[in-house]
Design a protein around this ligand. Structure first.
Ligand code: HEM
Length: 183
């Protein structure tokens, strides 16, 4: 069976150069020059400055029409021109996790328009969501995005809009890691 677990290993090796690590809410992550994405759950290594782990999963909030709209426009990861990337690990508050599924969906989409805003930036931005909440990790989600440098401004504008949304009132910790793929 395909392993859906991945590890983001920051340290001295990897195909991604770290451009900046910026704390948005709460504690930052230590600075490191490179990032490697490795299949499987890597154990903590003394060679790594930090390691974050996550697993891809089924959709929680997306309704059928949204799923189909996303599927029609979302590009794959690893496009040659998409040399800019962002790893944004996010931890949500216990108040978020205590809400029911329908309450979370209401905040996520009806109030915050997460999908509606996000889909406008497709296919410029490729994305993948990793879940960490059940893995005893410091973050609940590892969000990953790849885009061409020319589409950077669009991506920044989306990130700024989402951070102003009601959903983000439930963000307890967020770190913004920006990367550039090595030639
Ligand atoms: C590029 C355009 C984007 C699109 C199309 C998009 C779409 C989505 C969708 C469809 C989901 C829900 C998946 C599900 O049903 O479980 C989701 C979840 C999520 N997205 Fe985005 N997103 C985008 C950008 C972003 C950005 C820029 C961030 C961070 C700054 C972000 C953070 C998250 C987080 C943390 C979740 C998990 C929410 C939760 O389960 O509580 N997304 N996104």
């Amino acid at each position: 069976m395909e392993d859906r677990h991945f590890s983001f290993v920051a340290g001295s090796s990897g195909i991604w150069d770290v451009v900046a690590i910026t704390p948005v809410t709460g504690a930052s992550l230590p600075q490191a020059p490179r990032l490697n994405i490795v299949a499987g759950l890597q154990p903590p290594s003394t060679d790594a400055t930090w390691t974050l782990r996550g697993v891809t999963s089924q959709e929680r909030y997306v309704v059928r029409t949204e799923h189909d709209r996303l599927a029609a426009v979302q590009p794959p990861l690893g496009r040659p021109q998409a040399t800019s990337a962002a790893l944004i690990p996010i931890q949500k508050t216990s108040a978020w996790w205590e809400l029911s599924q329908d309450q979370r969906r209401d905040i996520f989409e009806e109030q915050s328009h997460h999908i509606e805003l996000g889909i406008r930036e497709l296919p410029a931005v490729a994305r993948r969501l990793y879940h960490s909440h059940d893995l005893d990790e410091p973050f609940d989600f590892l969000t990953w995005f790849e885009y061409a440098p020319d589409d950077g401004a669009r991506f920044e504008s989306l990130v700024a809009q989402l951070r102003r949304s009601p959903e983000w009132q439930y963000v307890l910790r967020e770190v913004d890691v920006r990367l550039r793929r090595r030639a």
